[in-house]
Design a protein around this ligand. Structure first.
Ligand code: HOZ
Length: 429
């Protein structure tokens, strides 16, 4: 029963647009009442009605070690006694920059911000300032937050100008964002050719998470690296989801391809509101106050956020076995789900990279936006609610990655697989 959630959702809608502070939470893709949560520990969520769920959202990625990890909680508590914000430098920020550099060695300089959106907006501004060029290439179905330059969809033809995908974004902004197809180097070549000498940056999720989990095809990241080198463009990896999750050094380490700039999100703050962008010194030196590219923020490098992040990232740095454990758990889940889905004779694809995984209800291999869209959304909607009823909290959209945490036990994974079996029997039967 979701009595309190229902009541809270109604109350919220009187004061908050759509009752939520971020649209995905409104359950528009799956329908029904969004679950309002009260607390979480490890991989177990408790809602306002007292129902418990096994968590596969993990606050959209950062909860690699589960919710309310004792070391993270202690770090936040300790730091809070010394003030919640200075708006002035602290040693914590240096320790964080040093830690990021040890884990992601090509991040020679890093600037803290407050969200992944801010990180991506700033990285693009830096790339433009560094190259003196204005256009960027992004990929259909990748998400880099809600900065104006990213809310642009492809025009009707492959070579037409982009169009704002949200009112409020100007046509002037749209003309500088070009959309290519994920895993399709030819589409990138076409854009480079048509815009010779004008591309400041190519920005992408090195493993897509925002259209469901989609790995880069072999050669795709390398191909982008080569093209950016040849064209003098800045390669930006948006590692908001993949950073510190797929490996200590994120997707760069996992796939052995270096970007010029990297963006991170809430994972840097152990789930608190943080983002960061960083990369080669040569490029980052354009950032104010060293260089002319303006970027600022009172809460950037906030002491609570830095402390929480240092606690979680510090554990990940010291314990490489966490990555092996995450990999093993996710592979186990994928293997068992494959068996269940096959037994129900439903067309499906499971994409998994490290601890990111998505089940697509389609017979097509999912490599990009078009193939992701072949997933049976109605079936997902039913499946989602059948799983929710059985205490499994999946992302409320067919186009999101599921995120696993080290706190998931084999028992929890088995419970998830059994719930999937029962759910499929319910929704297909
Ligand atoms: N943009 C996130 C999904 N890719 C959802 C953010 C949220 O609702 O917290």
């Amino acid at each position: 029963m979701l009595l309190k959630s229902e009541f809270l959702f109604k109350r919220a809608q009187q004061f908050i647009p759509g009752g939520v502070n971020s649209p995905a939470r409104a359950f528009k893709s799956v329908g029904g009442i969004p679950v309002f949560f009260k607390k979480a520990k490890g991989s177990l969520l408790t809602d306002e009605d007292g129902n418990e769920y096994i968590d596969y959202v993990g606050s959209w990625g950062p909860m690699i070690l589960g919710h309310a990890h004792p070391a993270v909680i202690k770090a936040i508590q300790d730091a809070s006694f010394n003030s919640t914000s200075f708006g002035a430098p602290t040693e914590l920020e240096i320790r964080m920059a040093e830690l990021v550099q040890r884990m992601v060695p090509n991040v020679e300089r890093v600037r803290m911000v407050n969200s992944g959106t801010e990180a991506c907006m700033s990285a693009v501004r830096v790339a433009r300032g560094f190259t003196g060029r204005e256009k960027i290439i992004k990929f259909e179905g990748n998400y880099h937050g809600h900065g104006d330059s990213f809310l642009i969809k492809a025009g009707s033809g492959a070579l037409t100008l982009g169009e704002p995908s949200s009112p409020g974004v100007t046509k002037g902004t749209a003309k500088d964002t070009l959309n290519a197809d994920y895993n399709d180097l030819e589409s990138v070549d076409t854009l480079f050719k048509k815009n010779k000498g004008k591309i400041a940056a190519v920005i992408l999720e090195p493993v897509a998470g925002n259209m469901g989990c989609i790995p880069p095809e072999p050669g795709f990241l390398e191909g982008l690296r080569e093209r950016c080198d040849r064209e003098g463009s800045v390669l930006i990896f948006d590692e908001v989801m993949t950073g510190f999750r797929l490996a200590r050094g994120g997707a760069q380490e996992r796939f052995g391809v270096d970007a010029d700039l990297v963006t991170f999100g809430k994972v840097i703050g152990g789930g608190l509101p943080v983002g960061a962008f960083g990369g080669k010194k040569e490029i980052m030196d354009v950032v104010s106050p060293v260089g002319p590219v303006y970027q600022a923020g009172t809460l950037s490098g906030n002491p609570l956020a830095m402390s929480a992040g240092l606690a979680q990232l510090g554990l990940l740095e010291k314990h490489p076995e966490y990555y092996a454990d995450l990999e093993e758990k996710t592979a186990y889940l994928a293997r068992r789900l494959r068996a269940v889905l096959s037994a129900h004779q439903v067309p499906f694809q499971i994409n998994q990279v490290g601890s990111m995984i998505t089940v697509f209800f389609t017979g097509e291999k999912v490599t990009g936006f078009e193939s992701a869209n072949t997933t049976d959304q109605e079936l997902f909607r039913k499946f989602f609610h059948a799983m929710l009823k059985r205490g499994i909290y999946l992302p409320p959209s067919p186009f999101e990655s599921w995120f696993l945490a080290t706190t998931l036990s084999t028992e929890m994974l088995d419970k998830t697989v059994n719930a999937a079996d029962e759910s499929l029997a319910e929704v297909l039967g």
